[in-house]
Design a protein around this ligand. Structure first.
Ligand code: CA
Ligand code: CA
Ligand code: CA
Length: 285
């Protein structure tokens, strides 16, 4: 085992009538003989005793070695995440080592695969939580445009304190679909029902229908939902699969759209949302 501190001759040799090794310092606490029962002393005569390394030797020795050892391990990505629950939207990457000094907003490339647009680095801000080694890239403007996204980080862009880069580039896919409260890639009656159930509520989140992230579910969020109603965002096609989206937008129910759009224009709409069951009855009948 590298760095294992070996034991050695025991200066505290227990057979007191054999000197040396008894009573000698470590470098002289050794004698080569082979004896069993000693009749004169009526006792067994141990011919060899060693000192075993104990934790108080070993730990200190390992610490000493560590001062000379070099970190050659590449930092590893533990968990990527996209946080749609807050504005600004942000992608976060947790590493197993401190990579703070190497980070810049330009390290991540954020591409909207749906539109082909790339979010420019000057639209991102980077922050770092040292306690968890988590780098967060936030979209300064707040809410990302709808689309399937791919975040990539080049292997050399992120290094630990010893200068080790990642062993491979990072690729992380996620999606943004405004008003999709339950994150099923469709804006439909389910999301509308959630919004209706939380209408006029405060302390709300995106998943409650607070689509503009102001904490309240109100007409502004309703308008966002109405504008996106019946919109679907299929997952990007995977090269190895011939699977296609089985619920094309055209096949999804549409009758709510005119009602929502016209209702959104009515100033009295918030009151009618006090009874979400009534609203849904209207919608489905
Ligand atoms: Ca960098
Ligand atoms: Ca949905
Ligand atoms: Ca809101």
């Amino acid at each position: 085992m590298p760095g294992y501190l070996a034991g050695g001759a025991n200066q505290y040799f227990s057979v007191s009538w054999v000197t040396p090794p008894y009573g000698e310092p470590p470098m002289k606490a050794f004698k080569d003989w082979n004896t069993g029962w000693n009749a004169a002393h009526a006792a067994n005569e141990k011919s060899w005793e060693i000192t075993e390394p104990a934790i108080y030797y070993q730990a200190a020795y390992q610490l000493l070695l560590s001062q000379f050892a070099t970190d050659v391990s590449p930092p590893q990505l533990l968990a990527p995440a996209f946080d749609y629950t807050k504005s600004p939207h942000a992608v976060a990457f947790q590493f197993n080592d401190n990579v703070a000094a190497s980070l810049a907003a330009s390290d991540v490339t954020l591409q909207n695969l749906t539109t082909g647009q790339t979010i420019l680095a000057n639209q991102l801000t980077v922050s770092y939580i040292a306690a968890t080694n988590t780098a967060t890239f936030a979209y300064a403007a707040g809410v990302l445009p709808d689309g399937n996204y791919r975040a990539t980080i080049a292997a050399a862009a992120v290094t630990d304190a010893a200068g080790n880069g990642l062993s491979s580039p990072i690729t992380f896919d996620f999606f943004v679909l405004s008003a999709d409260a339950n994150r099923d890639r469709h804006v439909d009656l389910t999301d509308f029902t959630t919004l209706a159930a939380n209408f006029n509520g405060t302390g709300k989140r995106f998943t409650d229908g607070d689509f503009n992230y102001d904490g309240t579910v109100d007409l502004t969020d309703f308008t966002i939902l109405a504008a996106n109603f019946n919109k679907s965002l299929p997952a990007p096609a995977v090269a190895t699969s011939s699977t296609v989206d089985r619920t094309p937008p055209a096949a999804r129910p549409v009758p709510l759209t005119p009602m929502l759009l016209s209702a959104a224009a009515l100033p009295s709409i918030p009151d009618s949302f006090d009874r979400p069951d009534r609203v849904i009855d209207d919608v489905t009948s």
